[in-house]
Design a protein around this ligand. Structure first.
Ligand code: FVH
Length: 292
């Protein structure tokens, strides 16, 4: 079967995300086979035309492409173990969240069983699946990705990051790190303003505007990190370390926990102590490299 035809697809794991993935394949017209530990979660998909397999092995045998989306790496290995023989000569795409090391282990396991392997990271929530704004990162076998790129495009925008199966997980977790850092700071900001009964909805537009303005400095910071040249452009690290103390003092005075903002204070102080007070903030990245 070529990728111009409606490739049959198997989806293993029908949690919130797996059901969205299977639904998108059905919407795109792909014959879709599904399996889930709790069979009742397949009922709505079956009503839309999905075939429900009795076991993961039966599910994998039904299609040239199997997409897995389970709770975690351990669960995926446990579920796929008995399906190993059925995957021979087929492509396994694992969209379960995991680490780069786990993705590389998966690729080795798949190769041992004669399957092509592509790892993936979903940068979207279930309601976004099937729309272009749902970015799905992939890495691993370039040939397998090319063979199934059009089919995987049913889930959203498919981006292949290269042959290293660990690359998609690395990007996924790095993007989540940036996201959680932003959310942590935003939640702390809302607790601070909330300590004086300012409604979150009143403060939030200002936070959005400020964060957008700060976002414009990211490309210059990236260039500084890549070049190792961290010249300050008006706001050096020493000045920011001195001002940051007020963020912690105000939190204590207002009865707000300092936990979310303490790590940056520690990092700023390490930067100053290491003699980088005159540098730009981007210098801090190298202090996070614990193995260097
Ligand atoms: N939902 C989201 O917003 C995010 C978006 C980014 C990617 N993540 C990752 O996707 C994986 C699955 O997430 P999910 O939202 O579908 O998770 P749940 O709704 O909790 O479904 C979990 C599925 O895993 C099955 N499962 C759990 N334990 C076992 C087990 N021991 N044996 C077999 N299957 C198991 C569970 O089955 P069941 O409880 O319905 O029987 C669900 O199919 C995840 O890596 C996210 O980080 C989602």
């Amino acid at each position: 079967m070529t990728d111009d035809e409606q490739t049959p697809v198997t989806v293993i794991g029908l949690g919130d995300m797996g059901r969205a993935l299977a639904g998108a394949f059905l919407d795109a017209g792909h014959p879709t086979t599904v399996w889930n530990r709790t069979a009742s979660r397949a009922e709505a998909l079956a009503a839309r035309g999905a075939t429900v397999a009795a076991t993961p092995a039966e599910a994998a045998a039904a299609s040239p492409l199997t997409v897995v989306c389970l709770l975690d790496h351990g669960t995926a290995r446990e579920v796929l173990g008995p399906a190993a023989a059925a995957l021979r000569g087929r492509t396994l795409v694992d969209l379960t969240n995991g680490t780069p090391r786990q993705a590389r282990e998966n690729a080795e396991w798949a190769a041992e069983h004669g399957a092509d392997y592509v790892d993936g990271g979903i940068m979207a929530v279930p309601p976004m699946i099937g729309r272009p704004e749902a970015l799905v990162l992939y890495s691993g076998s370039p040939a397998a990705f090319a063979a199934h790129e059009r089919t995987l495009g049913a889930l959203g925008t498919a981006m292949h990051l290269g042959a290293d199966p660990g690359r998609a997980a690395l990007y996924d977790l790095a993007l989540l790190s940036a996201m959680y850092g932003m959310f942590g700071g935003f939640f702390h900001a809302l607790a601070l303003t909330g300590s004086e009964k300012i409604p979150a909805a009143e403060f939030t537009p200002l936070a959005i505007s400020w964060l957008n303005a700060m976002m414009t400095s990211l490309p210059a910071m990236a260039r500084a990190v890549d070049s190792g040249e961290h010249a300050a452009t008006g706001s050096n690290l020493g000045m920011q370390a001195a001002a940051y103390v007020n963020l912690l003092d105000a939190s204590r005075e207002q009865g707000v926990a300092t936990g979310p903002v303490e790590p940056m204070q520690a990092l700023l102080h390490r930067g100053v102590a290491a003699g980088h007070g005159g540098d730009g903030l981007s210098r801090l990245v190298e202090l996070l490299r614990v193995t260097s």
